[in-house]
Design a protein around this ligand. Sequence first.
Ligand code: UD1
Length: 310
Amino acid sequence: MKAVITGGAGFIGSALGRHLLEQGVEQVVAFDNLNSGHKKNLDGTGIALVEGDIRDYDAVLRAFAGADFVFHLAAIPSVPRSIKEPLPSHDVNINGSFNVFRAAQHAGVKRVVYAASSSAYGDTEVLPKVETMQTNPKSPYAAQKLMGEQYASVFSSCFGLETVSLRFFNVFGPRQDPGSAYSGVLSLFMKALIEGTSPTIFGDGEQSRDFTFVEDVAALVWKAAHAKDVSGRVFNAGNGNRYTLNETWKLLQGIAGRELTANYGPPRAGDVKHSQADTALAVQYLGHAPQFTFEEGLRRTFQWYKASLA
Ligand code: UD1
């Protein structure tokens, strides 16, 4: 069996690659342009790296030859980056995704699992967020990710390609790169704690997220590759909980055994206030069963940063 992970050298992609190998997939290929992914994430794993860009259709088609499954995770992430530089994220997240679906169809891939985003919901009065809700993207990134899942669905209905979209809810875990201002907030919190610096919290810190541990996401993605009667559908991939940034920062200080005062800055443009997944549909159709509490995920992640950054 062969699986190709676009964005496979990223922190989620490389965790997924490890999971697939553990599940007995013989050949796992990471197709990645190393824009935000890293070769070192694949060290010692047995995952093969094919360097390439999803905007290059021929390269994508070559990489997909003989693949049973494609996991489409490659993207330019970040809500604020998509506001500052909308063109590159549009090009990669929309045109690149179109290439991925088209190449998967032409290569005869059995199923594509697409990494959609919880940002598609925007701000809603009602929590948790259910798949049947009206979407309301508040940033180019959110709109692009929503377009990607709509394309996934259309490739299923018009071209017979099996697709499943999973709306990831703020994934965190080992190997998330804290190296940019656009990095995920938990990677920045971890780095601050290890370096003894103060993180910046945008707004009052009372915004909340359904932070989802990367290993739970990897397990769910693999389940989505096999589930029955799901082609063209969209599922939440979250934990079903939510924590404010203030709560999270406090929890992390406890785990690290270190107290540091956070700086508070103005709220960030395009930010969603609260995010929390309704997991019922994913449980029903995909057998979603998260294994890690938020605190356990934080502990494991902190241990990893401590070992690799200190
Ligand atoms: C959004 C999506 C998420 C997606 C991610 C990709 C939502 C609800 N979630 O994450 O599914 O995977 O984009 O990039 O839309 N923050 C700080 N200080 C910092 C950095 C961030 O306070 O230094 C705050 C942000 O303002 C935000 C929260 O932390 O309120 C989370 O930010 P971030 O980690 O960037 O992710 P989202 O934008 O929520």
